[in-house]
Write a protein that binds this ligand. Structure first.
Ligand SMILES: [Zn+2]
Length: 347
């Protein structure tokens, strides 16, 4: 048990282990890097290592390690967003109230039963600027018993004043071989097409484990259909059919906003592969290896500047659907219309 659970993040783990063995942990850490590669697991292991009462921290077996694993240790606090009073669901942002109630009111108290008080702020890009500002003084002059672990996919989404006060640890995308090794070790002989699973999860292991691979496969097929249609030579592409396809992807099947976002993510991943195959096939391995030929055919009709523009537009549509309350089906339709001219651009 312990750090070996976290694979493929040797640099980040080594850095945490150095801090632990030197007894010189920072008051605040930022774990950043893509989703699903182990940042949250690393936060739990680090918290266990700090509180562990066993032989070889994190032992995974002592009462402290067990409580942290179950999320019930009184000195390891994962900051939760408030509930929206009208819907009863978690708010999308972490405002000043949860930071004050869950963090600031406690940050200068003594730990209740552990050696440290550990605050974990996951999805920290959702913390509002006002809430970060409220936190700043505590980050600047942390009590020696307190450790913050701030987790985000995107370092640049955090205020520079916060970033500069934290020790930053980068978590990286896992290589295909690393993913394969980890999946093989964990799936324990289950009959799974590993290459296909890795491709579908776009290189993020957390997603591969929880993958509903049927749904992902369907989404990938739709995205390929859309890209194939878009890249038809001029005169052959049927714009009306493409827009109908976009509409059915967005809402025809009653998809949720999350499903539309996953579709857009899939589309972006495929465009990324097309670009990788065009730019540096020897260096950048496509995630969707099994589609390599089809992707090369689509890519042959696309120039590099056009592809980059297309990726930008898919990214913008993702933001629109995710952050602004746009109608997903309208966004997808206008995305299709705006993608069409990027084909052939720069060729
Ligand atoms: Zn332990």
């Amino acid at each position: 048990m312990g750090w070996e659970l976290l694979q493929g993040q040797d640099a980040a783990v080594a850095s945490l282990q150095r801090d632990l063995s030197a007894g010189r942990t920072a008051g605040a850490y930022i774990f950043y890097g893509p989703n699903g590669v182990g940042k949250a697991s690393a936060a739990v292991l680090f918290a266990q290592a700090l509180q562990c009462t066993g032989e070889d921290p994190p032992c995974g077996a002592c009462p402290a390690c067990g409580k942290i694993e179950r999320g019930v240790h009184p000195d390891v606090i994962t900051v939760q967003p408030e509930k929206d009073k009208s819907t009863g669901k978690d708010k999308k942002t972490i405002g000043i109230d949860p930071i004050r109630d869950q963090v600031l009111h406690r940050a200068h108290q003594r730990p209740q039963e552990g050696r440290r008080q550990i605050f974990i702020i996951d999805d920290a890009h959702q913390v509002t600027l006002a809430a970060f500002n409220a936190l700043l003084k505590t980050l600047e002059e942390p009590s020696p018993d307190t450790v913050f672990i701030i987790i985000t996919p995107n370092l640049h989404a955090l205020p520079q004043t916060v970033v500069s006060r934290c020790r930053r640890l980068r978590f990286r995308f896992l290589g295909r071989e690393e993913q394969r090794r980890i999946l093989e070790a964990n799936l324990d002989g289950e009959a799974v097409d590993l290459d296909r699973l890795i491709s579908l999860s776009l290189g993020r292991l957390g997603k591969a484990f929880g993958a509903d691979s049927e749904a992902l496969a369907g989404r990938r097929e739709s995205a390929m259909e859309l890209l194939g249609g878009l890249s038809e030579p001029p005169g052959k592409a049927d714009e009306a059919a493409l827009i109908l396809l976009a509409a059915s992807l967005a809402g025809g099947g009653g998809q949720s906003r999350v499903e539309v976002l996953e579709f857009l993510e899939m589309l972006l991943g495929l465009l990324r592969d097309i670009l990788a195959l065009k730019v540096a096939p020897d260096v950048l391995e496509p995630w969707n290896v099994d589609l390599q030929e089809a992707l090369e055919v689509i890519g042959s009709r696309w120039g590099i500047p056009g592809l980059i523009r297309a990726m930008d537009r898919v990214g913008a549509a993702t933001r629109d659907v995710g952050e602004i309350n746009t109608n997903p089906s309208l966004t997808l339709e206008s995305l299709v219309i705006s993608l069409r001219p990027t084909v052939g651009e720069g060729e």
